[in-house]
Design a protein. Structure first.
Length: 164
């Protein structure tokens, strides 16, 4: 019975990680589009940095899945990639466009979700033992810094977007 419960919990954690990979795929696509839309502007560096950070973090999640003996492939992730490809055609907008504000807000929300993942990982002693001490704490701190940078830019667009 205990073995089955443990196996069910590992499968549940793998499903949770796969959901985060789906979100990671979407976030990476979004920052890539934002970087392209902001080419030659100061914000290009922010989105290039986020792209690199998100890509490294996705590797951590893929490693966690591999350590569980689980594949990173899922139907949700495949569907998310198809949707993400369609959404790539959507305009991320220029400062003052509602589409840019919405994109930044969605990205900020996604980063908070990722921060929740890193906090949950810290509460799993077996994961903490498998990684260097502080890994998940550092990833959480990185997520907070990412959120702050995204939100600073989001807030800088408020007056242009909603000046009433």
């Amino acid at each position: 019975m205990k073995a089955r419960v443990g196996s069910d919990r590992r499968r549940a954690f793998a499903a949770y990680l796969k959901d985060h990979l789906t979100g990671s795929d979407a976030a990476i696509h979004l920052v890539e589009r934002l970087r392209e839309a902001h080419r030659g502007r100061v914000e290009e560096a922010l989105f290039a940095s986020l792209y690199e950070q998100f890509s490294r973090e996705r590797t951590v999640v893929e490693t966690l899945l591999a350590n569980l003996g689980a594949s990173a492939v899922s139907m949700k992730r495949l569907a998310g990639r198809a949707t993400g490809t369609a959404l790539r055609l959507a305009d991320v907008g220029d400062p003052g466009d509602l589409s840019l504000f919405r994109s930044l807000e969605a990205l900020a929300t996604a980063v908070q979700g990722k921060r929740c993942l890193w906090r949950a990982a810290q509460a799993l002693p077996s994961l903490v033992r498998e990684h260097q001490p502080g890994t998940f704490q550092q990833l959480e701190a990185d997520a907070l810094s990412q959120w702050e940078a995204i939100d600073r830019y989001r807030l800088s667009t408020v007056q242009l977007t909603f000046a009433v």
